[in-house]
Ligand binder design. Structure first.
Ligand SMILES: Cc1ncc(COP(=O)(O)O)c(C=O)c1O
Length: 503
């Protein structure tokens, strides 16, 4: 039995053409692939590049004229796709900000596809699941139950959504109806504020909202790469005096480079005093509020006007799952609501319409059922499970940092934050700074291609560092030992001093 086909072997696409038995056959085979993939992950390479012959074939394959039996199609996925993941899921992957997928999230994603609703709005279960999930995050981060919130693709979409509301509010205060008039000819310069450590997605969002890079003020940081509140205040003062219209201050609750948390309370005080919107990027770090170590630093999240948090990062939900919270739901609706007659959403709340539609509070009309995988992951692990997982990642980052500090030829970036450790190979002191930068870039590439470990790299105060973000509850101290050993080995070899010292 190869799954549903007609006499010519063409499989019908629509579900009612499949018998339950056929669905089970293909479904069980799919589950077998998932089980084999996930259980074999730790024993395989962290990463291996796609062979050029395969990538060329994948790129050259035209859209198929005729259909393929599901069993053949699954065979193709098993041979061409499954062996070449990007590494996250492997316990020795520590690149960027990537977690392994929560297994219940994987299944929930499949179930959500089977239901296939649009969660624009309406009176169907998916809408209430999303409201439930949004309510959980609002409570966790100290937002009122009246806040607007919805799931988006990730931190970038959360930033764009929130900053769109911020622009709308700031413009209205300046007497500009930005939805009617746009930003051209507004007669004021809109400005925004973040540090150079703030994520690049904010600049992209602000550019889309009509600000230029020159309108984004990069506020100085302290030695921990955290925003300096006094510098922020001075910049706001200057701009307001000059007749600019600040639309938002963007603070980080966990920077992507070093996991720094900006002084949220002091920044919130300044924003309140100046009447400027505070958006906090908690895409990576906000879930650390569950850890006693970070609960106090992250408590002021509740003072923000908007927050972005990514369940697909430190909550291990399969990509894509971002979440935006906006305290002033009325403002969010005013910024986005556009309901032409064919999309009428009012009336009949208990019949078809349901609660106010998500599509009135953001960019998307048709919206996937992302909430189910978030709901399933959270329900499966519970707050306790998440707290334990996050504490595990924090402890493993500590263990990595200790190993780096103990190695005579490695240098750590201090102080480090959350679950990120940045370090670099410095050898025996004979190489100058540009040589070390080039060397560490080469070390990073060699490690990534080697398949044993997978850090990424970044630049801190002008110098190149290896960067590991620990975000895998299955990773062990042995895994970080292997990272340190591999980095030192590659560093020594590439520095041409291999053999002068033995590990
Ligand atoms: C701190 C931080 N903010 C924002 C983003 C953007 O989020 P996304 O990639 O989910 O759009 C990232 C992504 O890594 C991030 O680490």
């Amino acid at each position: 039995m190869v799954g549903p086909t007609d006499a010519s072997g063409v499989p019908p696409a629509h579900p009612t053409a499949w018998s339950a038995e056929q669905i089970r056959h293909v479904g069980y085979r799919t589950m077998d692939l998932i089980a084999e993939y996930l259980s074999a992950l730790p024993s395989g390479p962290v990463f291996r590049p796609v062979p050029p012959s395969l990538s060329a074939r994948l790129l050259a394959t035209p859209m198929p004229e005729s259909g393929t039996a599901p069993d053949t199609l699954l065979d193709q996925i098993a041979t061409d796709i499954m062996p070449y993941p990007f590494g996250n899921g492997h316990p020795r992957f520590s690149g960027w900000v990537r977690s392994p997928p929560a297994v219940m999230g994987i299944f929930a994603e499949t179930l959500a596809s089977a239901l296939n609703p649009s969660v624009a709005g309406g009176n169907h279960a998916a809408v209430y699941v999303e409201h439930e999930v949004v309510g959980w995050f609002a409570e966790l981060l100290g937002f009122p139950a009246t806040a607007a919130g919805h799931l988006v693709t990730g931190g970038s979409a959360a930033a764009l959504t929130a900053l769109g509301v911020a622009r709308h509010v700031a413009a209205a205060r300046a007497g500009i109806d930005v939805r009617a008039e746009g930003v051209q000819g507004a007669g004021t310069t809109f400005t925004a504020y973040q540090t150079a450590e703030g994520h690049a997605c904010h600049r992209k969002a602000l550019e889309l909202l009509g600000l230029g890079a020159r309108d984004i003020r990069l506020i100085d940081t302290d030695a921990e790469l955290r925003m300096l509140p006094a510098a922020l205040d001075a910049a706001l003062e200057r701009d307001i005096r000059a007749g600019c219209t600040p639309i938002a201050v963007i603070a980080s609750a966990g920077t992507v480079n070093v996991g720094a948390i900006d002084p949220l309370d002091a920044i919130a005080d300044i924003c309140a005093a100046r009447g400027v919107w505070l958006h906090v990027d908690g895409a990576y770090g906000a879930p650390a509020i569950l850890s006693a170590r970070y609960a106090a630093a992250l408590a002021p999240l509740g003072r923000a006007d908007s927050v972005g948090v990514d369940p697909h990062k430190w909550m291990y939900v399969p990509i894509e799952a971002g979440l935006v919270l906006i305290k002033d739901a009325v403002a969010a609706r005013a910024a986005y609501s556009l309901v032409p007659p064919y999309l009428r959403t009012d009336g009949d709340a208990h019949g078809v319409g349901g609660p106010p539609w998500f599509s009135e509070f953001g960019l998307q009309q048709t919206r996937g059922f992302r909430a189910l995988k978030v709901w399933a992951s959270l329900t499966h692990l519970g707050i306790e499970g998440y707290r334990a997982a996050i504490e595990h990642d924090l402890a493993l980052a500590d263990a990595l940092a200790a190993l780096v500090r103990a190695a005579p030829d490695l240098e750590i970036w201090d102080p480090r934050g959350l679950s990120i450790v940045c370090f670099r190979y410095v050898g025996d002191g004979r190489l100058d700074a540009p040589e070390l930068d080039a060397l560490n870039r080469a070390v990073c590439t060699e490690l990534q291609r080697g398949g044993e470990v997978f850090p990424t790299s970044t630049v801190l105060r002008g110098r190149t560092y290896l960067r590991s973000c620990l975000m895998h509850p299955g990773a062990t101290p042995r895994d970080v030992e292997r990272l340190v050993r591999a980095a030192r080995t590659a560093g020594m070899r590439l520095a041409g001093i291999w053999g002068e010292r033995a590990l």
